[in-house]
Design a protein around this ligand. Structure first.
Ligand SMILES: *[C@@H]1O[C@H](CO)[C@@H](O)[C@H](O)[C@H]1NC(C)=O
Ligand SMILES: *[C@@H]1O[C@H](CO)[C@@H](O)[C@H](O)[C@H]1NC(C)=O
Ligand SMILES: *[C@@H]1O[C@H](CO)[C@@H](O)[C@H](O)[C@H]1NC(C)=O
Ligand SMILES: *[C@@H]1O[C@H](CO)[C@@H](O)[C@H](O)[C@H]1NC(C)=O
Ligand SMILES: *[C@@H]1O[C@H](CO)[C@@H](O)[C@H](O)[C@H]1NC(C)=O
Ligand SMILES: *[C@@H]1O[C@H](CO)[C@@H](O)[C@H](O)[C@H]1NC(C)=O
Ligand SMILES: *[C@@H]1O[C@H](CO)[C@@H](O)[C@H](O)[C@H]1NC(C)=O
Length: 423
């Protein structure tokens, strides 16, 4: 009796240990500068994704170098894969730093999921937050914007390009490179042998044999480079010059690529789901005003497998609806605090056949949140033109704009007629 109880509790302990020890699926972190105060202190709005086996798993970013200041931090669930393979959470971190001097944040713990083919066990990731005033834009830098799905799949016998989103709000040149262990960006940094990385952030997978199947840890660093020489000015007056070869900020982009058993055919639309219209193109730039709900329609087909779900990554306030077989709608309503910012949304359609899971291409869009002024204009305007859409756009709106500019409307504002009644 006693022996039985003892071995049972031992077994339980081992199980608990193993789920806690091997569960990481990567991360990504981005930032936008916030307000600057009279004493030279600054706010920064940091967002990050944590990808783990379970939604309850997490880790905390800490200060690697510089004065990172202090702040608050809240984690929200973005998406859990339906079979429980992984869960992505988004952390929103409002950080207050005593000056705009650069600082580095890092994650440093363990472990990645079991059996990573390129031998990565511990996780490590570094972000360089640069907030000094840029001479070219007259404001602090924003990091490149991107996101990822915790695990993307490709059958071992198929060719596939993973084109990562590499958007920069300041218009900088964005480049990707493999992490560097000497810069503490990963430990170790061995890149997957089955992928080749281009500086423009495309990971190419070429057909290979079954001995290369399994999960690989991708540990990239994304950096923004100025398009011309610039000077960075600290609040205390110190200046630093950067050339077009010097990165301004850097962010980690880490996730898992699973090389699965060979599929009978690599043609899109058979086993691997194929995107259909009106799915937005990869890299599409979408715009939506604050408070208005943006709908992204995604449609895919697969004749020899069953489309089971949409896997996506984006702001935690992104929601999805399944509207039919292979048809999904992602909806996002940006809040006031996101005005002027651009946020990445990435997605993959997953299909199943027996125990096999198949992924469509990996696609991303960038959504820019526009500022809106709602103006109610009560006026009686007389026109001799008929009230048609063409006349409204070319003549009537122009006349109203001229009138509003006389009353203080900024000349770069754009007007759209929401409703007009003929009287
Ligand atoms: C975090 O701090 C910012 C700035 O002080 C504040 O606006 C925000 O409400 C705080 N968030 C939480 C969750 O406490
Ligand atoms: C940044 O520099 C510009 C001039 O280049 C200046 O107008 C602006 O106020 C500065 N911003 C901050 C936060 O110091
Ligand atoms: C599979 O490819 C590797 C090189 O990537 C090679 O060393 C190995 O011999 C190949 N195995 C088979 C069964 O073809
Ligand atoms: C940028 O700075 C570098 C180093 O100071 C200098 O060699 C180069 O000529 C500069 N380029 C331009 C276009 O000013
Ligand atoms: C400004 O601050 C930096 C550290 O953040 C320091 O190295 C530098 O000496 C300071 N410059 C002045 C003029 O105080
Ligand atoms: C930075 O560049 C400016 C010219 O743009 C030059 O006058 C200044 O000496 C440079 N500063 C440093 C520290 O190299
Ligand atoms: C989407 O689903 C949510 C519940 O998850 C529901 O409240 C909402 O009305 C749905 N929206 C559409 C457009 O079907």
């Amino acid at each position: 009796m006693n022996t039985f109880t003892m071995s049972l509790s031992l077994l339980l302990l081992l199980l608990v240990y193993s789920t806690q020890a091997t569960h990481f699926y990567g991360t990504v972190m981005t930032y936008y500068p916030g307000d600057t105060y009279a004493d030279g202190s600054v706010m920064v709005n940091i967002r990050y994704k944590l990808n783990f086996h379970q939604c309850t798993d997490s880790d905390t970013w800490s200060c690697l170098s510089g004065d990172c200041g202090s702040g608050n931090n809240t984690l929200y669930e973005v998406k859990q894969e339906s079979s429980g393979e992984w869960c992505q959470t988004e952390g929103i971190m409002t950080q207050w730093a005593p000056s705009n001097a650069p600082f580095k944040l890092w994650l440093n713990s363990g472990n990645w999921i079991n059996g990573i083919v390129n031998g990565i066990v511990s996780w490590r990731a570094v972000t360089l937050v640069e907030l000094r005033n840029r001479s070219d834009t007259g404001k602090a830098n924003s990091s490149p914007q991107t996101t990822n799905i915790p695990a993307v799949r490709v059958p071992s016998n198929c060719k596939r390009n993973f084109v990562l989103l590499a958007f920069d709000p300041d218009g900088d040149v964005v480049k990707c490179r493999n992490g560097d262990a000497l810069l503490s960006e990963c430990i170790p940094c061995t890149p997957p042998s089955v992928l080749s990385l281009s500086p423009s952030c495309t990971l190419s997978f070429r057909p290979t044999n079954s001995s290369n199947e399994g999960p690989y840890a991708v540990q990239l660093v994304m950096e923004d480079f100025p398009r011309q020489n610039i000077t960075l000015t600290q609040t205390n007056g110190t200046q630093t010059n950067l050339t077009t070869n010097n990165a301004i900020s850097k962010i980690p982009v880490q996730f898992v690529i699973r090389v699965d058993p060979a599929v009978p055919s690599c043609t899109d639309g058979l086993y691997l789901p194929k995107f259909l219209p009106p799915t937005p193109a990869n890299g599409a730039q979408l715009y939506t005003p604050v408070g208005q709900t943006l709908e992204i329609s995604i449609k895919a087909e697969a004749t020899n497998s069953m489309i089971s779900e949409l896997l996506y990554s984006g702001p935690y306030t992104l929601f999805q609806n399944k509207t039919g077989p292979g048809e999904f709608i992602l909806t996002w309503t940006p809040s006031e605090s996101e005005t002027g910012e651009s946020h990445p949304i990435c997605f993959v359609v997953q299909a199943v056949s027996g125990i096999a899971k198949y992924h469509s291409d990996f696609r991303c869009v960038i959504v820019t949140v526009e500022k809106v002024y709602v103006a109610a204009l009560s006026a009686r305007i007389s026109f001799s033109l008929p009230f048609t859409a063409d006349n409204v756009n070319s003549v009537i709106i122009q006349k109203i704009k001229e009138e509003l500019e006389k009353q203080g409307l900024p000349p770069d504002a754009s007007l759209r007629l929401v409703r007009g009644d003929q009287v």
